[in-house]
Write a protein that binds this ligand. Structure first.
Ligand code: NI
Length: 170
């Protein structure tokens, strides 16, 4: 089921998500809904709090348009190693129509569980590494705009408010 995606400045996006303690049918259904919602958007990643579920679950698929889908579902993901520097443009389904360059690590190693409760280690670089960092941030109530400079954030807030006002009067 496609679920509505919460958007900035919804306070639900600022809350920290709790670890998943049992991987049951409810968790699997939530993960399926997250993937469906991400693909429909379309987006390359989604974290559970973006649909109002404060559990540590993320889904990512960075496959290109002519590549087969490569869905990653990570439960309780933790970055256990990170190195290198990246500075790429990011967007977010919860911050529509805005993009900014964000400083990240270029490579990460992430540990977590899959939907069968098995421990998995993901070694990621490029876009996948950035997606992991972006989505895990969501689990801690952090948005990519929290990483940009104060000046850029002020400009963002002004533009964003103006956009929303325009939309509500359309
Ligand atoms: Ni996001």
């Amino acid at each position: 089921m496609i679920r509505p995606i919460l958007t900035y400045p919804d306070p639900e996006l600022k809350k920290k998500s709790a670890p998943v303690t049992v991987i049951n049918e409810k968790v699997r259904e939530l993960a399926r809904d997250m993937a469906e919602t991400m693909y429909a958007a379309p987006g390359v990643g989604l974290a559970a709090p973006q649909i109002g579920a404060h559990q540590r679950i993320i889904v990512i698929d960075v496959a290109g348009q002519d590549e087969p889908p490569a869905l990653i579902t990570a439960i309780n993901p933790v970055i256990i190693h990170a190195d290198g520097d990246a500075y790429e443009e990011e967007g977010c389904l919860s911050v529509p129509k805005y993009a900014a360059n964000v400083r990240r690590h270029a490579r990460v190693v992430v540990k977590g569980l899959n939907l069968d409760g098995e421990e998995v280690t993901w070694r990621a670089d490029n876009l996948l590494a950035i997606a992991f960092q972006h989505e895990i941030d969501h689990l801690d109530g952090i948005l990519f705009i929290d990483h940009i400079s104060q000046l850029k954030r002020d400009i963002f807030r002004r533009k964003y408010r103006r956009n929303q006002e325009q939309e509500s009067t359309d």
